[in-house]
Write a protein that binds this ligand. Sequence first.
Ligand code: SAM
Length: 194
Amino acid sequence: MSGPGQAGHPRGLVGRLLGQLMTWHNAQDNRWTLDLLELAAGDRLLEIGFGPGMAVELACRARPDVSVAGIDHSAEMLRAANARNRRFIEAGRVRLELGSVDALPYGDASFDKALAVNSIYFWNDPVTALREILRVLSPGGVLAVTVHDRQREAYRPFDSEALTELLRASGFASVDVRRNGDPRHPLICALGWR
Ligand SMILES: C[S@@+](CC[C@H](N)C(=O)[O-])C[C@H]1O[C@@H](n2cnc3c(N)ncnc32)[C@H](O)[C@@H]1O
């Protein structure tokens, strides 16, 4: 699940195809996570690991009054997400950048809400990364971390208990874990409040 695999760092033609697959396979993940965040007027939203940029597009379509920033360390995904969201970028509502969750290029308390969907598996040091997200969230801000709810060994570091512990250890004041309840596509979302 970790390391330089294509899902964790899409590159080249295979990465581009994988991005298209993500748009289809992860549609429910992105929709459900945004629903849980309950976007409100004027929210400043941050997405970590936006991949092909579907959640960015959904957020902009759902709420004409939110602004979205995003960071992903894949140049291929940055290209795809920029293309998908061109009209929102041109309207000044979206800014997507190449970079890592380990060192976010934003000032303290820059965002009201943040999401990371199917991305935490690939982070080098989740606690360091979560502390960095906490830094850029405003007081009372909330982060949604969504993962697949699989019973396989490789997913155990990100089951509901592990996610709760990671968020608490990173300094989030309160944590609440939700399940989507779909046995064909089971998801967990850990919500952490600053
Ligand atoms: C499996 S894809 C998920 C994409 C999208 N969130 C979705 O659910 O469709 C994981 C994404 O996280 C990005 N990613 C992984 N580790 C990252 C890191 N340390 N910093 C920034 N982005 C990262 C990858 O480049 C990739 O685009």
